[in-house]
Write a protein that binds this ligand. Structure first.
Ligand code: ADP
Ligand code: NI
Length: 223
């Protein structure tokens, strides 16, 4: 099978598997991450097949929606790629990307230290979709999906969270900006990713300023 045919089959598999997914983790999230990956990869020395498959399969079974089981996604990806007779070396690398891409992982001191240029590109591509205009939309969509408050001045953000606390947090959605979104620009791996993140970061700062101005136009002290 050609690389293009493998990618085409994978796209169909992912579209089918993610039918009905929450709006921030659906096929269009995958499509944007795939496009970001191809865009960033133009300036990096990477195996484009590995990076493409990593992007397409990175959220195939997001642990948030599987009772926290982080082993299902990598297994599903490996089983699918094996059914297409993809090279074992490619499969192993894609599985490592899926296992290591998540932000939560970076909060875990015992997390694996695996890295590769392909992981770095896909991770940047995924992080870019978590910030800027789209990142804001996804974050409020997720908060709505979980029935969270938009904002609550009495509940401050919790910095320095453990991976477990981060996963369990039911805080208002605005807190997620401080707990994750605003931290991402300093975690980008590639030059292209850093430049794109800087612009999206500034957009979020402007957004937050406007949000608070609208929340409290008469300047009353919050209690
Ligand atoms: P990762 O897979 O990188 O650890 P997540 O899947 O936890 O990241 O988050 C992906 C996106 O889902 C976030 O960028 C955000 O838009 C949304 N999201 C996840 N957790 C929350 C939360 N607690 N509040 C609001 N949005 C969230
Ligand atoms: Ni993702």
């Amino acid at each position: 099978m050609t690389d293009d045919a493998i990618i085409e089959e994978t796209i169909q598999f992912v579209k089918e598997t993610l039918k009905g997914a929450e709006g921030g983790h659906d096929w269009f999230h995958i499509q944007r991450v795939f496009r970001n990956t191809l865009f960033i990869a133009k300036d990096e020395k990477v195996d484009v097949l590995v990076a493409s498959l990593g992007a397409l399969l990175h959220d195939i079974a997001d642990a948030k929606f599987y009772n926290g089981d982080e082993t299902i996604g990598p297994k599903m990806a490996a089983t699918f790629l094996t059914s297409l007779n993809v090279d074992q070396k490619v499969i192993d690398h894609v599985v490592k990307i899926i296992e290591n891409i998540s932000y939560k992982n970076s909060l875990d001191p015992n997390a694996s230290t695996f890295t590769s240029p392909e992981l770095q590109v896909v991770q940047d591509a995924d992080r870019l979709d978590a910030i800027g205009a789209i990142g804001i939309a996804r974050t409020f969509n997720y908060g709505g999906f979980k029935n969270r408050e938009l904002y609550n001045p009495a509940i401050p953000p919790n910095f320095n969270q453990s991976k477990e606390a981060y996963k369990k947090s039911a805080a208002p959605t605005i807190n997620h900006f401080y707990e994750k979104l605003l931290l991402l620009k300093d975690k980008m791996n590639t030059q292209t990713g850093k430049e794109m993140a800087a612009q999206r970061h500034q957009f979020m700062l402007n957004y937050l300023e406007q949000f608070y101005a609208e929340w409290n136009p008469i300047g009353v002290k919050e209690d």
